[in-house]
Design a protein around this ligand. Structure first.
Ligand code: AQP
Length: 351
């Protein structure tokens, strides 16, 4: 079986998607549809690694699907589905639990951040999350994974797992007809674009996140015009005088973040965004008022139509469920033969 270029990525239905998800990953997803076979998943099994209210989870799965479509993913072209409808993810995830080493997982910074101080109370699923993520990708023998910068470490782990599986089972892989001894490809992270790491509006050193307790830390794709304006108005800046050069921003994380967001939303360069900041600056407390007004306009122009489309799509949940069912059937058709190969390689008997 030849390895063909294939894209896989996913987002967790842990709440409404935000600007970080959109600029960091989804914009690339949309671009890659033009050149690649793409599989985009709503990773609901990842979501339940922390407690989710069942009714809210169902709504979030549909809303994330609606956001995918509203942002520009085409379910006729790309495969859109929710992870739990394709058993290969969980099956391969288990096999990878047996391939990955404890030492590898112990190094994962996201687990440390999410588990916090009370690690003993974190779910086993949260700890093993990167193994399931490797399975998500490799169940389709995907070669490219467009993600934000925060996922880099998990992608490296997926590459290690693919390599260890290929090494551990090399003889059997060759015996099964994969002459070069390579069953899983080494998936490449695709971390490009104008904003691969969007930071919180309240703290420029923390990434924008769905699970941040402050709603003012993020711009959600579900925020209306007034809410976007209010959040940008309240976005933290600092009390220092106006930066003079773009380089000055390296020590001004909040302003740097807003410049990056404006550039990404408007399609301008960071230099142009910075020039706009200087040209619109006011006095004293109004220092950033003009800049923030332009930033709000750029955000509303980009996100307003996406929000309206999500709302329209959410009015017909049955239609969203039909998209997911269709995508899941197409995903199963790719993943099932891969799982059959994996079971044969590992030495499991199947009927
Ligand atoms: N702040 C961000 N900047 C750039 N990219 C980001 N991504 C997430 N936050 C940012 C990218 O979005 C994709 C989907 O992420 P996810 O939903 O699977 O979970 P996450 O990375 O853990 O995002 P959140 O918002 O922080 O979710 P919670 O709070 O539920 O854990 C990924 O490609 C990610 O890189």
């Amino acid at each position: 079986m030849k390895i063909t270029p294939r894209v896989f990525s996913g987002m967790q239905p842990t709440g409404s998607l935000h600007l970080g998800n959109y600029l960091g990953a989804m914009i690339n997803w949309i671009e890659m549809q033009k050149t690649h076979e793409c599989i985009y998943c709503v990773v609901d099994l990842h979501a339940i690694t922390v407690w989710q209210d069942p009714a809210e989870l169902r709504t979030a799965i549909r809303q994330v699907t609606a956001a995918y479509i509203a942002a520009g993913l085409d379910p006729k072209k790309s495969i859109l589905f929710n992870q739990s409808q394709v058993p290969a993810h969980a099956e391969l995830g288990w096999i990878f639990n047996c391939v990955a080493r404890l030492g590898w997982l112990n190094r994962m910074t996201q687990f440390k951040e999410k588990a916090g101080k009370d690690r003993e109370q974190a779910s086993v699923g949260l700890y093993a999350y990167p193994n399931l993520m490797a399975a998500d990708i490799l169940a389709y023998r995907a070669t490219h994974v467009p993600v934000g910068e925060d996922q880099k470490q998990h992608l490296e782990l997926a590459r290690d797992i693919a390599q260890k599986f290929n090494n551990d089972f090399k003889k059997e892989i060759v015996a099964q007809g994969f002459e070069d001894g390579i069953f899983f490809p080494q998936p490449d992270p695709v971390i490009t674009g104008p904003a691969t790491r969007v930071m919180s509006l309240r703290d420029g050193t923390k990434k924008m996140s769905k699970s941040d307790p402050s709603d003012f830390s993020r711009i959600s794709l579900m925020d209306d015009t007034d809410t976007i304006a209010d959040k940008i108005k309240r976005a933290k800046t600092d009390a220092e005088p106006l930066p003079v050069t773009l380089e000055d921003l390296s020590k001004r994380p909040e302003i740097d973040n807003l410049i990056g967001i404006y550039a990404a939303l408007s399609g301008e360069t960071r230099e142009q965004a910075f020039t706009m900041l200087l040209a619109t600056s006011g006095e004293g407390p109004s220092l950033f008022t003009g800049f923030k007004r332009n930033l709000t306009d750029a955000a509303v122009t980009k996100l307003g139509p996406i929000r309206s489309e999500i709302v329209r799509l959410m009015a017909d949940p049955a239609e969203i469920d039909a998209v997911l069912a269709n995508g899941a059937a197409r995903a199963r058709a790719i993943a099932q033969p891969v799982m059959d190969n994996v079971k044969d390689i590992v030495g499991l008997i199947r009927s």
